[in-house]
Design a protein around this ligand. Structure first.
Ligand code: ADP
Length: 304
């Protein structure tokens, strides 16, 4: 396993920031760590990166116990902290050199060139960090995290505070990095998980409330029902549709359009096709309404 956490708990004084959480991440996975502010994402990532100790439980990165060997772990991972601490007065290369020195990197010059190129910083490389846009500052943070060519990347809210264009660029960069790295990235933005991750771990109030593939989580939480949006060519009386036994609910949606809900086991498409024939009309448009991760997230975090 690239990452393995068992029964991890962290108390800040009296306050439980994370409460007995466990999960593991295989090599090559890109996992979204999703939760509202204060859920415990940063705390978990700081423990995993060897920056703070847990109260109880264990955290391992590539088989190394983090609390016992924080330095060994720091050499194996790349970590982008939430509040990416950059020095505005430093030039990009100078800052990367400073970090390379901390890690006592051999081949620092080549590594710095590699990460500058990888993160798309080449055009800005002569600038001071203070002169960069937020998106480029974040690239510098990611470049720093890549210096030791880690197999595991831990990215804490990598797109936080960026405008939509910058977000898109950073997401593309992360997608590109995910080709040969294991990535755990935290976010409170559902679309981000849908765009970049194959799996999602949802945390709320220090507890894990879901851990599954993005697809499964969406399926699993649709309350055993399905929804189809359908639009007919001609006007339909909603009362007639409601008479269909196999349908649970119908809501009008635009001209001749309806959102129809039925139990999952019903072959709703066939029912609606037959209904159109019986009503002497044809179907102009039909699509399954997919549950978004956002509504799933709300269901999960409100119920706890
Ligand atoms: P997230 O990253 O999901 O926003 P955090 O891990 O930062 O959540 O915080 C989890 C909880 O722990 C929050 O209630 C937060 O206020 C608390 N917390 C975080 N850091 C500290 C700290 N250094 N001292 C005291 N409480 C903290």
């Amino acid at each position: 396993m690239s990452i393995e956490i068992n029964n991890l708990t962290k108390l800040y004084g009296q306050q439980k920031a994370i409460d007995n959480i466990s999960f593991s991440i295989k090599a090559g996975e890109v996992v979204g760590f999703l939760g509202p502010n204060g859920a415990g994402k940063s705390t978990t990532m700081k423990i995993l990166s060897g920056y703070i100790p847990q109260t109880t439980g264990t955290a391992e990165v590539m088989g190394i116990n983090v609390a016992a060997n924080p330095l060994a772990v720091k050499q194996k991972i790349g970590y982008l902290p939430e509040l990416n601490p950059l020095y505005d007065d430093m030039y990009i290369v100078e800052y990367l050199q400073f970090n390379a020195d901390i890690y006592r990197l051999r081949n620092a010059k080549e590594e710095i060139e590699r990460v500058i190129e990888k993160t798309g910083l080449t055009a800005e490389r002569r600038k001071k960090i203070g002169q960069l846009s937020k998106g480029y500052r974040q690239r510098v943070g990611i470049a720093q995290a890549l210096l030791n060519n880690p197999e595991v990347l831990i990215l804490d809210e990598p797109t936080n505070g960026l405008d939509p264009n910058q977000m898109g660029e950073i997401r593309r960069l992360i997608a590109n990095l995910s080709e040969d790295k294991t990535i755990l990235l935290s976010t409170h933005i559902m679309q981000e998980v849908e765009a970049m991750c194959s799996r999602v771990i949802i945390i709320n109030k220090g507890r894990i409330v879901a851990d599954d593939s993005v697809e499964n989580i969406k399926k699993h939480l649709s309350n055993g029902s399905q929804e189809i949006y359908i639009k007919f060519k001609n006007t339909i009386n909603i009362e007639e549709m409601l008479k269909l036994n196999s349908i649970q609910n119908v809501v009008a949606d635009g001209q001749n359009g309806f959102v129809v809900t039925a139990k999952k086991e019903v072959d709703l498409a066939s029912v609606l096709f037959q209904f159109a024939i019986d009503s002497k009309t044809v179907i102009a448009e039909q699509r399954e309404k997919e549950e978004t991760l956002e509504s799933v997230f709300q269901q999960l975090t409100n119920n706890v």
